[in-house]
Design a protein around this ligand. Sequence first.
Ligand code: A2P
Length: 338
Amino acid sequence: MKEYNVAIVGATGAVGEEMRRVLEQRKFPVKKLKLLASARSAGRRLTFKRMGVTVEELAEDSFKGIDIALFSAGGAISKKFASHAVKAGAIVIDNSSAFRMDKEVPLVVPEVNPDDVGAHNGIIANPNCSTIQMVVVLKPLYNRSRIKRIVVSTYQAVSGTGKNAIEELLTQSKKVLSGENKVKADVYPHQIAFNVLPHIDIFLKNDYTKEEMKMVNETRKIMGDSEIGISATCVRVPILISHAEAVNIETEKKITSAEAKKILKNAPGIEVIDEPEKYAYPTPIFAAGKDACYVGRIREDESIKNGLNLWIVSDNLRKGAALNAVQIAEVLIERKLL
Ligand code: A2P
């Protein structure tokens, strides 16, 4: 079997570490793994398949001989360095929002639009975490009946912001529990411990946040339907891993909740957990460290003719980021595009 030289840009970050884990767990055919981060981390030793790998400082010439470069060090780094990786002959799978809406850049969720991978100019974008888990679940329903409108509220873990946010939640929580009633907030504008913030990413001119508009625009691009009405409210909650979403959809034709459960049970990448009488529904703690998008609380919306309510939970670092990126690389290999 052919093996590939893989680079992880942002290897010391929350998603970068998960990328290393996912490559190993899925037995991705890695010939050599290059771990890239800032000068702060250069020289650190990390392990891959029980071998030590030294973290190197990211530079323009880091990509010689690299076949696949998985980027997760933020949009500014992707904008600055992705072109150097492409020039060196690598295919970039970029987890930032830098290129997602570019017309020439495919935005891919393998369960939803795998055929889009081929049409790239060196860069393939990995969608936003909240978008990925939603479209994995909505696509099989869309295949039964077009979805006219989506109303979604998210409950997003702090790991989506990065390692410093995980640290901030833990530190603040300890302080509150030890009786301090004033805690310092650096990463978020307000205390996140024992609180919820209706604010993810920057505010835009229309008063939505960038995260909310990512859900709108990326969902339309991935589903290939620019007409779907989408309204999102994205909320940060004081949990470490996994995003949860309350999703309401309006379909053109009626889908009963029984039909929806059947469709979702047979769809790729999804597990239905929906036995309310046994209190069985997905939770973030349950989903953390797992690969599937979990869906439960499937109900018909009794306030409209053709509506459904769903509760979707998935590990934001895995399916929402690292796993989806590695699955894109696997599709490239399967289709002999690499
Ligand atoms: P470093 O750990 O050296 O700062 P997170 O999203 O968890 O905050 O992680 C961000 C990732 O992006 C880390 O691996 C971080 O490396 C990396 N990163 C941040 N700034 C740079 C930079 N200027 N050059 C290369 N990597 C960077």
